[in-house]
Design a protein around this ligand. Structure first.
Ligand SMILES: NC(=O)c1ccc[n+]([C@@H]2O[C@H](COP(=O)([O-])OP(=O)(O)OC[C@H]3O[C@@H](n4cnc5c(N)ncnc54)[C@H](O)[C@@H]3O)[C@@H](O)[C@H]2O)c1
Length: 240
């Protein structure tokens, strides 16, 4: 989406082979840098590379995120949550966003820019069996507002907003959905709880990110955009 709008896109991830492949697919101008978002050292390195090669950064999408289900041992229910697993999820989803904002501000403060933090609907409502994910996403939602206010107070012309996706069909769902018939049943049961009746696609989030990154949203900062098929619009506990 950003490439097609003429942006030079720097892709970062832990998955170097996939990242390089993606930046090739996107074509020029696009580039891949390794970045573990929880490492301040690596943010510093990437910041230097961007400054050296491009001299500025206009947009940061803080998109890296984990549920912890694959990456840690868990469990993640409120009564039994494992502290190391909780910490790991927060390091990526919460510390990663904080570090991204910190270094983006340094790169953007002369010329202005936009930061978009990909939080989640779980940053707005609780998830009883994914407490670390929900808490870490609430952290990135709130940090967005602090960053927005800080940049406005300083007169930096940097806007910062959060996006709250839900039920977007990406590899993040693979482990939760299972395979074969079980997957089909799970998808159907989840879709029954989505007002629009189906999963969203990555492009649905990309349109939101593009809007919040460009001049069309020049008067919008510190706000949150739900991209969730209507899930957050209501509650299952409908009054009779
Ligand atoms: N898919 C959904 O339904 C959904 C819903 C709400 C929020 N989100 C959020 O959207 C964002 C994108 O998720 P997705 O659905 O595309 O999931 P995904 O698992 O497909 O992508 C997440 C990416 O983050 C990378 N990553 C993980 N840890 C990292 C680290 N320490 N440093 C750098 N990169 C790291 C992974 O390698 C992967 O490429 C996440 O923040 C996720 O929490 C997704």
């Amino acid at each position: 989406m950003f490439c097609s709008e003429g942006a030079t896109v720097i892709v970062t991830d832990l998955l170097d082979e996939e990242g390089k492949e993606l930046s090739k697919e996107l074509g020029n101008p696009s580039e891949y840098f390794h970045l573990d978002v929880k490492s301040e050292e690596e943010w510093v390195e990437v910041t230097h590379k961007i400054l050296e090669k491009y001299g500025q950064l206009n947009v940061l999408i803080n998109n890296a995120g984990i549920t912890g289900f694959l990456e840690t041992n868990g469990p993640f229910d409120a009564e039994n949550v494992d502290l190391n697993s909780w910490n790991e999820v927060h390091q990526v989803n919460s510390n990663g966003v904080m570090l991204g904002c910190k270094y983006a501000i340094k790169l953007m403060k002369e010329k202005g820019g936009a930061i978009v933090n990909i939080s989640s609907r779980s940053g707005i409502v609780g998830i009883p069996t994914a407490v670390a994910y929900a808490s870490s996403k609430a952290s990135s939602r709130n940090h967005t507002k602090s960053v927005a206010l800080y940049c406005a107070e300083k007169g930096y012309h940097i806007r910062c907003n959060s996006i709250h996706p839900a039920a977007i069909m990406t590899p993040m769902w693979d482990m939760m959905l299972g395979t074969g018939e079980e997957r089909k049943k799970m998808i159907k049961s989840i879709e029954n709880g989505i007002p629009l009746g189906h999963f969203g696609e990555p492009i649905d989030v990309a349109y939101g990110a593009l809007f919040l990154s460009t001049n069309e949203s020049k008067y919008i900062t510190g706000t949150e955009l739900n991209i969730d098929g209507g899930i957050l619009a209501g509650s299952e506990a409908t009054p009779e």
